[in-house]
Design a protein around this ligand. Sequence first.
Ligand SMILES: [Zn+2]
Length: 308
Amino acid sequence: MATKVCSKCGREKDSVEFPKRALNRDGLDGWCRECWRAYKRQYRRANHDKMEEQRRGTYERHGEKYNAAARERRRQKAIAEGRTINDGANHRKRVLKQETLYRKRVQSRSTNVDRVSGIYMIRSISKPDRFYIGSSVDVHQRWNEHKSSLKRGYRTSPKMQNHYNKYGEDDLVYILLETCEDWALLLREQYYLDNFKPYFNCCKVAASLLGWKPSREMRKRNSESQKGKKASPETRAKQSAAHKGKKKSEEWKRKIGDANRGKKHSKASKRKLSAARLGHKLNLTPEERERRREQFRLNTGRGRKKAS
Ligand SMILES: [Zn+2]
């Protein structure tokens, strides 16, 4: 077995450990492979920028040639396999779309200094009494979102969607009513909702979805995703405030009644209810008082008999 001494590290190694060099007398390089590896590694580390520049230069001079060759190979392969050819057009389209979306997202970040926070109106030109009031921390971005969802038919507001479908995009204009601080948005929006009664708004309470009915699929989806979650105290307070003073429909009352029929309060909950009522006077008419007394007697078999 032939061996050779490396002129770099000075160790004697098997000749297969040396790279081939046809022009050298023994046909082998003076340095062993291990020494070459170490040298190249060190060189790459020391000259990273220079090599990057060289790579870029090579790509600029020859890249298109190689890309064309690769395209041609793909084309031939596609023809051989009987596929349709679009030369990566779909891929380029996808990439472009993703880039646009990304740019939009970056622009709309709350840190965006160009964003305008305020109340806006979307108004019909042909029917000026029809308009929509909304608020956003970035009204321009929101207008774009409205346009896009109208185009796709996402029905943010069914009335506005119907109007859009009938009269087209050009009939709706976007008007910035006022700019305000983020914290005042809902207050200002509510002011406009109360005073102008916008035709397109289905929710008459700012930032609530009252009066808006989602589709069956959407309800199912939301229900699935909300299962087991509990709203924060602030959210619950808001929800409660939004419902306060609302008159319940007869249907609603019947449904609640049906749902609760036959249910009994637990002992703990009875104690709580009793404690809450303590000291309250019922203010009943004598007839009602008598009716309740009778009911209690029938239910329990206890209590004073009706005076007759
Ligand atoms: Zn060596």
